[in-house]
Design a protein around this ligand. Sequence first.
Ligand code: PXL
Length: 276
Amino acid sequence: MKNHNNQKKIALINDLSGFGRCSIAVELPIISTMKVQCCPLPTSILTNHTGFDSFFFDDYTEKMPHFKEEWEKLGLKFNGICTGFLGSKKQIDLVIDFIRCFKKKNTCVIIDPVMGDYGALYPTYSAATCKRMRKLLPYADILTPNLTEACILTDTPYKEKWKKKELIALAGALSLKGPKKVVITGIPQGKFIANLCYEAGKEAHFLRTFKVGTQRSGTGDIFCSIIAADAVNGVAFDASVKKASRFVKNCIRRSIELEIPLTDGVCFEELLHTLR
Ligand code: PXL
């Protein structure tokens, strides 16, 4: 019988940046390629992401409740809810509202607590927004912070060098706040980049890939969208983390070949077919 819910779908709550390959602009094609219907709910619209010297930012907070109302009328059911860049405290409260409305027994909530990188906050994030972000953690099934975000969320001072034990404790502290699965991304370990894969009740482990080039914008969003699509497709968490890190690494490699500026993210379009 025809039904809006015959195919797996993810509600994607994130910004739409016209240039710079991040958030919805990368997550939508990836989730679609992985055979999951993607329903975007924009939090803001930007000409280009905030890593450029200049950008125009249009806040979408006031329009966000319409999505919840109309999608409820349509009777939409989501297998996944995936959140990313949020512009204000009010937006975080609206996201909580949305999750409360649409999270059912089989809905996986994936929260990418986008707040900063390299020990610093993104320019649109205030200390108050970061504090409010912690309120989202109890609703998360999967959390995908980078090292900077993991520190902010646990009130841990950021530093460059970490012992494995300290990182596992950091992931454990995050997991205690809600998410059963946590992956701390982009941990520099000499020639490698590691992701710490933590599942409550299981032994934590580090998955390492050779570092290629420097970190680029949007790679966290690519990573998170693969984790989200895999989660609703029932792929094991560590296999999914491996797939996501390998894909990001290959995208960075191709971007170096094509001499893509760091601000412009990665040319994932060239490799999208490998996710099929
Ligand atoms: O990739 C994270 C991200 C998402 N959205 C916007 C950003 C950034 C990082 O700079 O500026 C608008």
